[in-house]
Design a binder for this molecule. Structure first.
Ligand SMILES: [Zn+2]
Length: 375
């Protein structure tokens, strides 16, 4: 068996690669690299076959119970593609339980390919963004609204520059505050495709596709990233430079539209197979809370049973490393400080029940949200 592992491309992540044997079959064993953060989840790597007779190895992820929501791996269906073809879902993981209590999980990789790429979920980076721009043929444009802390261009997509004082309805969207949460990007991709189709009938839509763009490029998961989580950095001038730039951009946007909604796109814990659901804002006025609940009800109806969780409207009460009152999220800053309607949407890495999501499903969620926003 001769394979090489490649983690030298943007968005790649794997550490401690080793060759292992499981039930007599070769397995490539890796761990997800936390990239200097307190949480790990994202992995992505390429395997190149150097010996044409070599069968594909199993993929074994060590310490799957260390991943955020990883459990024993049996709810997880990572993705793979051969020779840069379409992404496919792997079957659910097979837990490997050790005598000392550690849990790994393994997946059989597709055979008969010279290049296999594997990732925790369907990747979304610069290539996919370029494809979105090409497919929408000039109806969306990209601007740099600042620089990341790592010196990368900090990008915003829009369907127009807008006109100061205009009363055109407006939508402001963030994705990838947590760099590994690629379902949020695919939802945004579908939403923006629909916005582009609608032309002048669409709200003025500005969207930051990669809020933690350094993390996206570096293959970080980015949840609770040091020195402070992007989605806990919405305080006064912003505790991260990208947040500061996004705040300034939101001020430009709101001067050019009649704001309708601020939307923040995420993915939940690794094992959740619950389609999409929203977190309404906590704190702020009763009016803001009622407004975000009304948007949530509209979204639930638009997504229907195929995509919406049976528990669609939730309040974020899960434990946080930072106190929420001094480390506000984007939506609580938007609602409490800016008096804007705001919601965050969580979309599963896996799917809904036994149905595993592919790009087409994520995009359909985004498309339905765009139609709900338009109406
Ligand atoms: Zn998130």
């Amino acid at each position: 068996m001769t394979w090489t592992i490649d983690t030298s491309f943007p968005g790649a992540n794997a550490c401690g690669a080793a060759l292992d044997l499981h039930d007599g079959a070769p397995a490539l064993s890796i761990a997800a690299d936390p990239r200097h953060g307190p949480e790990a989840l994202w992995f992505r790597l390429r395997l190149r076959r150097l010996d044409s007779a070599a069968p594909a190895p199993w993929l074994l992820v060590r310490g799957v119970d260390n991943l955020l929501g990883g459990g024993d791996g049996s709810a997880l269906q990572p993705v793979a593609r051969c020779e840069r073809g379409p992404w496919q879902r792997l079957p659910r993981g097979v837990p490997v339980r050790h005598a000392d209590g550690r849990i790994d999980s393994r997946w059989r990789l597709p055979d008969a390919a010279a290049l296999i790429e594997v990732a925790f979920c369907i990747p979304y980076g610069d290539e996919e963004l370029d494809q979105l721009l090409a497919d929408t043929r000039g109806r969306l444009h990209l601007r740099s609204i600042g620089s990341s802390e790592g010196g990368r261009p900090f990008l915003r997509l829009a369907n127009g520059d807008g006109v100061e004082g205009s009363q055109r309805p407006g939508l402001f969207i963030l994705a990838r505050q947590h760099a590994g949460e690629t379902p949020g990007s695919w939802v945004l991709d579908g939403l923006l495709r629909r916005i582009a189709e609608l032309g002048d009938d669409a709200p003025l839509t500005w969207a930051i596709p990669f809020t933690d763009c350094d993390g996206v490029a570096e293959g970080a998961y980015g949840k609770d990233r040091h020195p402070v989580d992007y989605n806990r950095a919405w305080w006064t001038m912003g505790r991260r430079h990208e947040v500061h730039c996004a705040m300034r951009d939101l001020a430009r946007w709101r001067a050019r539209c009649a704001p309708r909604l601020c939307l923040d796109l995420h993915a939940p814990g690794a094992h959740e197979r619950d389609g999409s659901y929203v977190f309404t804002t906590i704190g702020g006025s009763a009016a803001a809370s009622n407004a975000s609940t009304a948007w949530a009800e509209r979204f639930a109806a638009a997504l229907g049973g195929r995509f919406a969780s049976a528990r669609f409207i939730r309040t974020a009460t899960y434990p946080s490393r930072w106190p929420r009152d001094t480390h506000p999220s984007f939506t609580s800053w938007a609602a409490e400080q800016q008096h804007l309607d705001a919601l965050s949407l969580e979309t599963s890495y896996q799917g809904h029940g036994d149905t595993a999501f592919l790009e087409v499903d994520y995009r359909e969620i985004g498309r339905r949200l765009a139609d709900a926003l338009r109406s």
